[in-house]
Write a protein that binds this ligand. Structure first.
Ligand code: ASP
Length: 354
């Protein structure tokens, strides 16, 4: 009888061990850092176009996707709650520092960041350059607010958690997971103002795909990133000003000079074609380069490289060609490059390597 009771309690213990302890212990620990955006947006009705970004807090966001708890042990932190059109250096520095703290902890296996789609490519690329970890760091977003008919946020969030929880995601640089696609932070760009399928990686292609949490990886990151990056935020309290100016027909140099007068340490031209601009604009650009402002030629064209010395003599004028980076990513890279004094050759090397 006594032996039967012992066997009974042993059975209860084993049952509890296998049904509760082991699965929970095996789930990776993922921290969700919420910054705002449409994924946390709300509208008064489910079919109206107008809405406000950054209305839903991180706890509500987690509660809205209970399925994600089967993929990972999740906990959330609110970094900011803004539309990403308002993204700023203060949030960037706070976010990057928090990611570096968290990923250094042995009980954190990965990070998911919820963000607006407008500037996710800039934040993602910034983090790709300053996060010092191989652990998965995955940004996600939504095109439709949480209250919309067919909101895309919940599945995007679920897929982002699945990717962050996947060991194969490690060492691929900072990733962006939206609409079943896994993009590298250095490659993606927003390509539609309203479509759910807004993100493309036109030059470098996808890192992988993820469907209902099942991820497939095709390649590693392109360009130096994370552990391999020479950039660090140690001791950094502010980032230098770099402006982007779009080239156009009949452009003069006044706006370039105005950027310099406003205190820009660097100027990126979203040039026509292969980083071109009118003669007047080029004269002003080269004059600012001579004064020590770092002048980068990128392109307003959606895809393609900007090469050195093609139609513009960069060597003679002291200009930098952006290689594969679009204007907004060129600006991010240049801001970090300008944290220390560098030669033009070194800055051009950075544009080739990142
Ligand atoms: N304006 C919004 C944002 O970037 C758009 C979005 O998230 O889709 O926060």
């Amino acid at each position: 009888m006594k032996r039967n009771i012992q066997m009974f309690w042993l059975g209860v213990l084993l049952f509890a061990f296998f049904t509760i302890s082991i699965p929970a212990a095996e789930l990776p620990n993922i921290v969700v850092l919420a910054t705002g955006g449409t994924i946390a947006g709300a509208a008064a009705s489910d079919v109206q176009a107008g809405y406000t970004s950054g209305q839903v807090g991180v706890d509500q966001l987690l509660a809205a996707v209970p399925q994600a708890k089967k993929l990972a042990v999740l906990r959330g932190e609110q970094i900011s709650n803004i539309g990403s059109q308002d993204m700023n250096d203060e949030v960037w520095l706070k976010l990057a520092r928090r990611i570096n703290e968290l990923t250094a902890m042995s009980n954190v296996d990965g990070i998911v960041i919820t963000h607006g789609t407008d500037t996710i490519e800039e934040t993602g690329y910034f983090l790709n350059l300053v996060v010092k970890s191989k652990k998965p760091v995955v940004l996600t977003a939504a095109m439709r607010p949480s209250t919309a008919l067919s909101a895309d946020g919940p599945l995007n969030f679920y897929n982002a958690v699945a990717v962050a929880a996947n060991k194969d995601a490690a060492g691929r640089g900072v990733l962006v997971v939206v609409n079943d696609w896994i993009h590298g932070a250095s490659s993606l760009t927003k390509a539609s103002t309203t479509a759910v399928q807004t993100f493309l990686s036109p030059l470098r292609g996808l890192i992988g795909t993820v469907a209902y949490g099942e991820a497939e990886f095709y390649r590693g990151p392109v360009g130096r990133n994370t552990m391999d990056s020479e950039f660090s935020l140690d001791g950094v309290t502010s980032l230098p000003r770099v402006d982007i100016i779009m080239a156009h027909e009949n452009m003069d140099g006044k706006i370039i000079n105005a950027a310099a007068a406003a205190g820009a340490k660097g100027i990126v031209i979203a040039g026509v074609g292969n980083g071109n601009m009118t003669k007047d604009a080029l004269d002003a650009f080269a004059a600012q380069a001579k004064k020590g402002i770092i002048c980068v030629r990128s392109s307003r064209v959606a895809t393609g490289l900007v090469g050195r010395n093609v139609e513009v003599d960069d060597d003679k004028l002291g200009l930098i060609a952006s290689a594969g980076l679009n204007p907004q990513k060129s600006r991010v890279l240049l801001r970090l490059a300008l944290l220390k004094q560098r030669t033009l050759a070194d800055i051009q090397r950075i544009f080739q390597e990142y």
